[in-house]
Design a protein around this ligand. Structure first.
Ligand SMILES: NC(=O)c1ccc[n+]([C@@H]2O[C@H](COP(=O)([O-])OP(=O)(O)OC[C@H]3O[C@@H](n4cnc5c(N)ncnc54)[C@H](O)[C@@H]3O)[C@@H](O)[C@H]2O)c1
Ligand SMILES: O=C(O)C[C@H](O)C(=O)O
Length: 330
């Protein structure tokens, strides 16, 4: 009998949690032979909603679901006990008219206790994916409050931006989305992010060779991806949920699966100084995985336009770090 993998999801009764849990339980992500124990974490007033989610999980009769543990945010060490993955969704989403950075002082404090509890209670091989916004800086806060957890275990989510960018490129080129590879996101999951079309390919050819409208690539394309979250909020009256859950699951899958040769995927990780990013910032990079840990794709060159975009998003990450200095020990 395979040892079960324990996956904690905070904010488990929220929109993203609801769209994610059933796919985690179903075997889709960790495989049909890997039992999963889900740890569902919520604030105390939401525990009865969590009871309902648990009932629905039971009612799916997933053969891979080996158990459900419920915990509240006042008892995070119970919540994360022996967890191999912690997906940090629990936080407040922005509303129309807000930028993600406007949430920083509202959501940031959640991640100090999250980091401490992960360090105290999670499994030795724990990997953490932060989804709650502003996710790069929330991840920085959690990581900084868990100094014993190796820094290569921390991820913030830029996969939704990657997926959004892939679809925009595919539509413009009149090609299937499966033809688009290496569409990576540099920097912050925010309106300054740089979706790097230069190094992306369509059927193996560089995007700028296939899409001749470079004004569109430099202008409308980047802006559409940067502002897509706001556009969804405007249209739906709530922030993206199914696509965000899908992106979180895609990130986990990319982390645990060796990346095909010549390909890469997007996530924000703790910078080792690569590409001139301050060491320790959680910055979106093109990555490869060996199935356990990641490497930053090296040697990509940026022209003046790309470098200016990169600098802008890097500066925003630095500014966000300065706003939460009091939450970063040491
Ligand atoms: N990185 C991304 O690409 C991305 C994409 C979409 C949404 N998000 C972010 O994800 C977060 C959640 O979005 P949502 O739509 O699921 O929101 P939601 O309001 O539907 O759900 C959030 C849940 O978190 C719970 N929660 C709040 N504080 C908590 C805490 N301290 N501990 C545990 N649970 C807590 C709430 O009770 C709620 O059930 C937001 O911050 C949103 O901006 C990020
Ligand atoms: O934009 C938001 O506030 C939610 C999320 O980060 C998104 O990109 O959809």
């Amino acid at each position: 009998m395979t040892h079960p993998i324990r996956v904690a999801v905070t904010g488990a009764a929220g929109q993203i949690g609801y769209a994610m849990l059933f796919r985690l339980a179903s075997g889709e992500i960790f495989g049909p032979d890997q039992p999963v124990i889900l740890h569902l974490v919520e604030i105390p007033p939401m525990l009865s909603a969590l009871d309902g989610v648990e009932m629905e999980l039971e009612d799916c009769a997933f053969p891979t679901l080996a158990g459900v543990v419920k915990a509240d945010s006042d008892h995070l060490e119970d919540a994360f006990a022996d967890c191999n993955f912690v997906v940090c969704v629990g936080s407040i989403p922005r509303k129309a008219g807000m930028e993600r950075g406007d949430l920083i002082r509202i959501n940031g404090p959640i991640f100090t206790s999250t980091g401490k509890a992960i360090e105290a209670a999670a499994a030795d091989d724990v990997r953490v994916l932060v989804v709650g916004n502003p996710c790069n800086t929330n991840c920085l806060i959690a990581m900084s409050n868990a100094p014993k957890v190796p820094r290569d275990r921390w991820y913030a989510m830029t996969r939704l931006d990657q997926n959004r960018a892939m679809t925009q490129i595919a539509k413009k080129a009149g090609q299937p989305v499966s033809a688009v590879k290496n569409m990576n996101i540099w920097g912050n999951h925010s309106a300054t992010q740089f979706p790097d079309f230069y190094h992306a390919t369509i059927h193996g050819n560089p995007v700028p060779e296939i899409i001749e409208d470079h004004d569109w690539l430099r202008g409308e394309f980047i802006e559409t991806v940067q502002k897509r979250g706001a556009a969804v909020i405007q249209a739906r009256g709530a922030s993206s949920a199914a696509s965000a859950a899908n992106a979180a699951l895609g990130t986990i899958k990319s982390i645990i699966t060796p990346t095909p040769l010549g390909e890469s995927f997007s996530a924000a990780v703790c910078s080792d100084g690569s590409y001139g990013v301050d060491e320790g910032l959680i910055c979106g990079y093109p990555l490869t995985s060996d199935g356990t840990t990641w490497k930053i794709v090296e040697g990509q060159e940026h022209d003046d336009f790309a470098q200016a975009k990169f600098e802008a998003t890097l500066q925003e990450l630095r500014d966000e770090r300065d706003v939460v200095r009091d939450l970063l020990p040491g």
